[in-house]
Design a binder for this molecule. Sequence first.
Ligand SMILES: C[S@@+](CC[C@H](N)C(=O)[O-])C[C@H]1O[C@@H](n2cnc3c(N)ncnc32)[C@H](O)[C@@H]1O
Length: 226
Amino acid sequence: MTADVKYPKRFLDLTIDSPVEDSKLAYDEMAQVWEKISDNTGYKGHILCVEAFDRTMENKEVYPNPGKDIRILDAGAGTGGIGEMLKARGYTNVDALDISQEMLNIAAARNIYKKLICAPLKDTHMEEIETAEYDTVLCAGTIVYGQVKPGAIEQCARFVKPGGLFIFSIRVDSFDPVGLGFSEKCQELEKNGKWSLVLKEKRELHAAPNEERLRYCYLITYKILK
Ligand SMILES: C[S@@+](CC[C@H](N)C(=O)[O-])C[C@H]1O[C@@H](n2cnc3c(N)ncnc32)[C@H](O)[C@@H]1O
């Protein structure tokens, strides 16, 4: 029966101290049933991030020159939820990055990304991506404890050109607790003038989560300044 497929124990057991390899194993294991898990848990990360993207593209004050050929990175792309929605909107220049080759294989079969990069989002310099390579980075359901370290946020900011956007969801149980480092990293980048906040909203990430800690996220958009 696939009807009650939920997040597996390996995923639910990820902690702030988990090695990145554990996250890769969890998603490799989930890849074939990810869409089912997403449906069953009412997962909305991709929908939220594309909604924030649409809103920003319509706001000329924040993003004066939107074009369908802007370079976009879908970081933690999974099976391509964001890529599919961007393709439907006519965006033609979207790359995918993900730690799990199994997830990316499913995305590849959908023919929605220009380039697929199998690599972990890290908190140290990532050779795979140039500084200011992208106009916008979207990242749904990936920046969360157990999957990435807070410094990965700074890498995502590095990938974006000045004037571009970093749009992501982050579970409240990663952002709110003082000391985990995620909200601190966001504040640090704001204080240093790296970016300015465009939007931060508390939203429902999973409508029917296995566990209450998975229910809410913040949907955040930053504009990169330098
Ligand atoms: C919750 S899924 C979301 C997938 C997709 N963004 C969506 O919204 O449908 C999280 C994705 O992040 C990927 N991931 C987890 N840890 C990662 C890391 N350290 N670096 C890159 N990708 C990672 C997983 O393999 C998985 O595909």
